[in-house]
Design a protein around this ligand. Structure first.
Ligand SMILES: *Cc1c(COP(=O)(O)O)cnc(C)c1O
Length: 410
């Protein structure tokens, strides 16, 4: 029987998928470095890295090699066994961060879910069952499991699913006084992003992060730093907490850790890990050999002074060019960020067109992200070439002229 060739297009999404998303109207079929290509072979400069995931670009030769080699050896064994790539990866993560133990999972949400469970478990065991309270921040994002989305500070994501887990408090970000006013003996953990990624590329101040560390020490509260987006080189250091001269009690990673292969990791200080008991948490795929092999290659490439310095340099290129664009168009009120997590803040009167900017950019061959209500977020590959930065920014400029052309004075 002759098989009918199916036409795979964007239209089909609406017929076969649960409509949580509204993807772009083209389908990428190929990725090369900082570029994507669609079914018609049109190219797109990727300033999104699949939302800060493909930190070494698409289809990096060394990641392909790691994946291919491991795929010929062993794919999966479950947690009935440990495997060599996961031991190797855990050792590296600990050596590069702080005195800790590692739990591997498959996503950022899962990394945070386990962090929160570990924190509650530890505080219940070590102190008492009333030490449950979790302090989190408005506009924060920690994933979409019910616990993590309830801890996240954006109610539009957590409403509509019935009763939420209790003892979660939200206070304003970068406001130490508000934390002081709610922290007490019943507080078990504070969870914080060093930069609120989804929330609008909002940077934590040094005083805030150091202040949180001090408050946690004073009240026997665990500091969970969520580096799912900022970790693994994104800000020009391997971990963003290094910018603040502090250390977390629990650190969560995902996104760039796998360079595009799903993996999450939770690092808990040895003191905490020792209290955890056999069997209280788990996940079937955690520490999967394929994921860990790719991650080992990712870490070897990213944890390199030259690459990390390059990230800081490239921020300066972006900033300089964006300032130039703004001199001509006067659309932005601020350009902020660290390393290659960049927020372009639009002036109040231009915010309304941000969704159109993103759509038009796609037409012009550029992929950019929204963050918060008034920010366009750029998270290009950490190894993006200057030629691609320049071409991408040219396309961005062209996009802005198309969208705002008539309303902007030249
Ligand atoms: C993306 C993100 C998450 C959730 O990660 P998933 O892999 O989508 O579950 C959690 N925290 C932060 C800071 C993130 O940016």
């Amino acid at each position: 029987m002759k098989e009918k060739k199916k036409i795979l297009n964007r239209q089909m999404f609406d017929d076969v998928m649960i409509p949580f998303y509204n993807p772009a109207d083209f389908i990428p079929v190929l990725g090369q470095g900082s570029r994507l290509f669609d079914q018609l072979n049109k190219d797109y400069i990727d300033f999104s890295s699949g939302i800060a995931v493909t930190a070494l670009g698409h289809c990096h030769a060394k990641l392909i090699k790691a994946l291919k080699e491991q795929s010929n050896k062993l794919w999966h064994t479950s947690n009935l066994f440990v495997n060599e790539p996961s031991l190797n990866l855990a050792r590296k993560l600990i050596d590069y961060s702080f005195e800790s133990r590692v739990f591997f999972s498959n996503s950022g949400a899962e990394a945070n879910e386990s962090a929160l469970k570990i924190a509650r478990y530890y505080s219940n065991k070590k102190f008492n069952v009333y030490k449950n309270k979790i302090i989190s921040f408005y506009n924060s994002f920690h994933g979409r499991t019910f616990f993590t989305v309830s801890v996240g500070g954006q109610y539009q994501y957590s409403d509509g699913f019935g009763t939420k887990p209790p003892d979660i408090i939200h206070v304003p970000y970068n406001n130490l006084q508000s934390v002081k006013s709610v922290i007490d003996d019943h507080t078990c953990a504070i969870i914080v992003e060093p930069i609120q990624g989804e929330g609008g590329v909002e940077l934590a101040t040094i005083d805030f992060m150091v202040g949180l560390r001090d408050l946690c020490n004073k009240h026997h509260v665990l500091l969970i730093i969520d580096e799912v987006q900022t970790g693994i080189g994104r800000t020009g250091k391997l971990f963003a907490y290094e910018h603040y001269g502090i250390k977390p009690d629990i650190l969560t990673l995902a996104k760039a850790l796998g360079g595009g292969f799903p993996i999450g990791a939770t690092l808990a200080s040895t003191k905490i890990a020792k209290i955890v008991q056999l069997g209280i948490h788990g996940t079937t795929y955690g520490g999967n050999p394929l994921a860990c092999s790719v991650s080992n290659a990712v870490l070897d490439l990213i944890n390199h002074p030259k690459l990390l310095l390059g990230v800081q340099r490239k921020f300066q290129i972006f900033k300089k060019e964006l300032v130039k664009i703004n001199k001509k168009l006067n659309l932005f009120s601020e350009i902020r960020g660290k390393g290659l997590l960049i927020g372009i803040v639009f002036r109040q009167e231009y915010i309304i067109n941000i969704p159109i900017v993103i759509k038009t950019a796609l037409k012009e061959g550029l992929i950019i992200l929204k963050a918060g209500t008034n920010v366009i977020r750029l998270a290009p590959p950490l190894n993006i070439k200057n030629i691609d930065i320049n071409e991408g920014l040219l396309r961005f400029y062209r996009t802005l002229r198309i969208v705002y052309g008539r309303s902007v004075k030249f």
